[in-house]
Write a protein that binds this ligand. Structure first.
Ligand code: HEM
Ligand SMILES: CC(C)=CCC/C(C)=C/CC/C(C)=C/COP(=O)(O)OP(=O)(O)O
Length: 311
């Protein structure tokens, strides 16, 4: 019999199927951790670590710190999938999520989240310090409990207040290295905090009908799209001002001033376009730009820290 017929007859395809279903199964768990969000959170934490010290970050704090923060942020994301599964089932963007589709049951997701949280907390407590472990756990509670369970369903200011949890990682990175809260770390938190409303409201404008259908009181649903666009523009102006602070207080230098100015000019361009000359795609383009903006901004902060050019 020809080799191709033998393969067609059975064994190899069966193996492939089992392997791919194993991959798919773990893929659902991976998806629940919101990996791309967590990666960007970790970048901001890494920059917090590096800016906390003029030298190199000790390897143990770096590895255990990023792992611990990443695991607790992932645990928070899984809890968000559990708590929100009913809302998620009603929105086109989220109806296909693993818990909604029953690919992962609620008890399975709960155990997964618990394991992630315990391992993450233990790493921070044992190899980093108690302050970082506590603040990271507080961020988990801020996102998974305060934002997801209460604020999201209660007020259009949900993401402004809830944004504090997502903005915390630069501080968590900083305390992982120094064991102390410092004003410079809070300034990095302020940047992410001010960035969050234009980041999210741009997406919420694009998905307004979805949120209205699921009865989630996001700003475009409660106050209309025109008002939300004004808020995006005002927060973007505020973000441009806040981004100047690291330079003005002498924490950042020329590379940061130039880099952040270019990035902020881009954000301002999209926010103005969204308000005054939007087409179908502008809200989504603004949302995508916000992610690129924060990512490059923190990379620029890092480069500037190690190459502190002055005029
Ligand atoms: C309360 C605060 C926040 C809210 C409400 C929010 C909301 C959202 C939503 C709804 C999405 C999903 C878009 C989609 O599925 O297509 C998203 C995507 C994203 N967010 Fe946020 N976000 C917040 C804070 C943050 C923070 C602090 C970061 C990182 C520092 C971040 C990074 C990202 C990234 C990287 C994506 C893209 C994910 C992907 O493509 O899979 N977000 N955000
Ligand atoms: C420990 C620590 C640092 C915690 C931070 C946790 C974290 C993952 C913050 C990101 C914020 C975020 C993606 C909000 C969207 O939730 P949503 O429910 O509005 O969006 P969805 O509809 O896409 O689920």
């Amino acid at each position: 019999m020809a080799k191709s017929q033998l393969i067609g007859a059975g064994v190899p395809p069966a193996k492939t199927t089992r392997l791919s279903s194993w991959r798919t199964h773990w893929g659902y768990y991976y998806e629940m951790t919101k990996p791309r969000v967590v990666m960007l959170l970790l970048l901001t934490a890494l920059v917090g670590m590096c800016l906390a010290t003029p030298g190199w970050v000790p390897a143990d704090k770096l590895i255990a710190g990023l792992l611990g923060i990443g695991l607790l942020a992932s645990a928070a994301a899984v809890l968000n999938h559990i708590v929100d599964h009913k809302i998620d089932s009603q929105m086109a963007r989220t109806f296909n999520r693993p818990v909604v589709k029953g690919k992962v049951s609620i008890p399975q997701a709960l155990v997964f989240s618990f394991v992630l949280a315990v391992v993450g907390y233990a790493l921070l407590e044992i190899w980093v310090n108690r302050l970082t472990a506590f603040l990271t756990l507080a961020s988990l509670v801020g996102y998974a409990v305060i934002y997801t369970m209460f604020l999201k369903r209660a007020t259009p200011q949900n993401i402004v207040i809830g944004g504090l949890a997502g903005a915390a990682p630069p501080l968590l990175g900083w305390t992982a290295v120094t064991g102390e809260v410092h004003a410079h770390a809070l300034l990095l938190v302020l940047i992410v905090f001010t960035w969050t409303p234009p980041h999210f409201w741009a997406l919420a404008i694009h998905r307004e009908k979805d949120y209205a259908k699921a009865k989630v009181p996001m700003l475009p649903v409660t106050h209309g799209i025109a008002f939300t666009k004004t808020c995006v523009l005002l927060y973007t102006i505020l973000l441009c001002l806040v981004c100047l602070l690291p330079y003005l207080i002498g924490k950042a230098h020329l590379i940061y001033l130039l880099g952040s100015s270019v990035l902020n000019a881009g954000f301002l361009y999209y926010a103005l376009k969204l308000k005054y000359a939007a087409d179908e795609q502008t809200a989504m383009t603004t949302f995508k730009y916000s992610i690129l903006h924060l990512m490059v901004l923190f990379v620029v902060l890092l480069v500037d820290h190690y190459v502190p050019l002055a005029l």
